[in-house]
Design a protein around this ligand. Structure first.
Ligand SMILES: *Cc1c(COP(=O)(O)O)cnc(C)c1O
Length: 227
């Protein structure tokens, strides 16, 4: 049996010491608890231990968990592949979407976001390793897409996200994360300022933090294997 409270403390310690290793403020790295295919009781355990941000990949599963934790003041991030027929549910129920990779989706999210909730926070997903069949916009179309997002009233462009191909060596793991950071820097010199780099998972968060990650998305290392 996995103790979520203990795991959470251990992971937070790891994240903080990785940040300190490269002279970064540990507070600048947020833990996103990826709760896809994890039970509601584990989510509640994590919430009771102080975890606020949770990530879900599947709309229906996410909506059920959001409904079951209404009174807990949690922040819900959508991190899965987003089909256009599901944008409304996401716009109405989530606080963040990390996986926007085309302007049509961005426009729909902005149109469907209830104004009363304030802008939906979004990250643009980049297909950083140019993998066939993988979600994410191409580097060549990023600046145009980013510009379009800045013009949409009910979304807030917060940053970039990537899900690189798996690499086992630490030095190799750093390469795509460094590239993502450079893309954010390029956007900034073009006048589009963002504050979020959503990068790093259970197997590569240290490399991501070394390269400037501000949100690490951790599932199995926190909750154990998925059902
Ligand atoms: C599942 C998932 C994660 C978490 O993966 P773990 O290896 O369990 O930490 C992070 N990001 C995305 C986009 C995911 O789909």
């Amino acid at each position: 049996m996995i103790g979520i409270t203990e795991n959470l403390a251990i992971i937070k310690d790891f994240l903080a010491s990785s940040a300190i290793e490269v002279d970064r403020d540990p507070q600048a790295v947020k833990l996103l608890a990826v709760s896809k295919k994890q039970s509601i009781s584990k989510i509640i355990d994590a919430a009771n231990a102080g975890q606020r941000d949770f990530g879900e990949n599947f709309v229906q599963e996410g909506l059920e968990k959001i409904a079951q934790t209404r009174n807990m003041d949690l922040v819900w991030h959508f991190i899965g592949r987003l089909q256009n027929n599901k944008t409304r549910s996401v716009a109405e129920n989530f606080d963040w979407v990390h996986t926007v990779d085309n302007s049509k989706t961005a426009r729909r999210l902005s149109e469907q976001r209830p104004e009363s909730l304030g802008p939906l926070n979004i990250c643009l997903q980049i297909n950083i390793d140019k993998e066939l069949g993988k979600s994410g916009t191409d580097v060549s179309t990023l600046s145009e897409l980013a510009y379009i997002c800045t013009q949409l009233p009910n979304i807030a462009l917060r940053g970039l996200m990537c899900l690189p191909a798996v690499r086992t060596e630490f030095t190799d793991q750093r390469v795509p994360f460094k590239q993502l950071k450079e893309l954010a820097d390029e956007l900034r010199s073009g006048g589009i300022d963002t504050d979020t780099l959503s990068m790093g998972m259970s197997g590569d968060y240290r490399a991501a933090i070394f390269e400037g990650s501000t949100i690490v998305r951790i599932g199995t290392a926190l909750f154990g294997e998925r059902y």
